[in-house]
Design a protein around this ligand. Sequence first.
Ligand SMILES: Cc1cc2nc3c(=O)[nH]c(=O)nc-3n(C[C@H](O)[C@H](O)[C@H](O)COP(=O)(O)OP(=O)(O)OC[C@H]3O[C@@H](n4cnc5c(N)ncnc54)[C@H](O)[C@@H]3O)c2cc1C
Length: 340
Amino acid sequence: MSKTTNVVIVGAGPAGTVCGYLLKKAGQDCVIVDYATFPREKICGGGLTPKAYELLHDLMPNLHYDYQSVKHFRLMMDGKTLCEVDIDKELRMVRRKDFDYAMLKQFLAIGGQLVKSAFSHYEKQKDGKILVTLKSGEQLTCDYLIGADGANSQVRKQLTGQRLSNSLWMERYVKKGPNEFIFEFSNYYKKGYSFSFPNLDWDISGIGGLYASLDDLRSHQSQCANTEEVSMNDSPLRGAFISVETVESGKDHVILIGDAGGFANKLTYEGLYYAIATGRNACNAILRGKSFAITNREIFRKKRKEVWMTSLFYSRLGLMLMKVGAHSPKLIKKAFEMNY
Ligand SMILES: Cc1cc2nc3c(=O)[nH]c(=O)nc-3n(C[C@H](O)[C@H](O)[C@H](O)COP(=O)(O)OP(=O)(O)OC[C@H]3O[C@@H](n4cnc5c(N)ncnc54)[C@H](O)[C@@H]3O)c2cc1C
C-alpha cells in the first residue's frame, strides 16, 4: 500500500526530528521513518555546546531535558596535564536515550507521524515524485526525501554509492569522577584523541579518530591516562562511526543532513550542533523552494575550512603548537570557546 506525503525523513535522531518538527509546524505533511523502538540508545558523549543548546532552544522552545552542567576542562598529552581551563558558558551533558526521545515527542505532539521500519530504497518517478520503499514493504510517495539516518546512512549509500564511516569511536560508561571533561592527545596516536565526559548517572570515557582501526583504539586505550583514571568498572566498550566526509546533496530533492551528510566537525567531532543546524537548513530549503546548497551555504563553507585546519591540527606541528599554547590557558580557553 502506498501513502503520499510532502516529505519523508529517514531517521528520528536530532537531525531528523528537528527537520520534521519545523516542517510540521509550518504545515507540511511529513513522515519520519526509523527502525528503532524509542527510547533507544545512541553511542555518544552527549555533550551539547552552547551554540547547540541555544539553537535548539530557538527552534524547539518547549523542549525540556535533563543534563549535567560542566564548566571545567582539562587538556592532556601522553598522561600529563597540559592545562586546566574554566569556561564561561556551561556544556550540557545529556543522556542521548532520553534526549532524542524528548525531541521526537515534540514532533509527535504537533501531529507528526512516525513509521517504524527500515529504509530500503527510493526511485525517482517520471512525474518528479520520489517513491520510497521500506523494508516492511510499505511505500511512501513524496516530493522530498531527507536522509537523516546517521553515520551508516542507507540513503547516502544509494545517492552517492558511498559507504561512509571514515572515523571510528569507542566508548564505555564509567563510574562518576570529577565534574570536568578531559581531552587527551598523544604523540603516539595522531588519528584523534581520547576523552572523558561527565554525564548524569555515569561518566563516558572513549577514544577514536579518522581511519582508526579497532586495533588502533584497543592498543592506544591503555596508554591514555584519563581512560585508566576513570575506568573503575568493566563496562563493555561500545563502538560507533562518525562520518566527517561531507556530501553536498540536494539535487533531485534528496537531501542528506546530520551524520548522514558527514557534517560533524572534522576537528572536534562535535555532531549534535550540525545535526540540528542542517535539519533546520533542509527545512528552510523545502519551505522556501531554494536549494540546500544555498540554505546550508555557511555550513558547507565551514566544512571546507575544517579540512585544512584538521590536517594541521593532527600533525606533529599541530601537537607541538598545542603544547606551547597550553602555557597560556587564556589562549586555550579562547580557542576552545571559538569552536563552542
Ligand atoms: C563515541 C561518540 C561520541 C560522541 N560524542 C558527541 C558529543 O559529545 N557531542 C556531539 O555534539 N556529538 C557527539 N557525537 C556525534 C553525535 O552522536 C552525532 O553527530 C549525532 O548523533 C548525529 O545525529 P543524527 O540525527 O544525524 O544521527 P543519529 O543520532 O545517528 O540518528 C540516526 C537515526 O536513524 C535511524 N536509522 C539509521 N538507519 C536507518 C534505516 N536504514 N532506516 C530507518 N532508520 C534508520 C537510527 O535508528 C537513528 O535513530 C559522538 C559520536 C560518537 C560515536
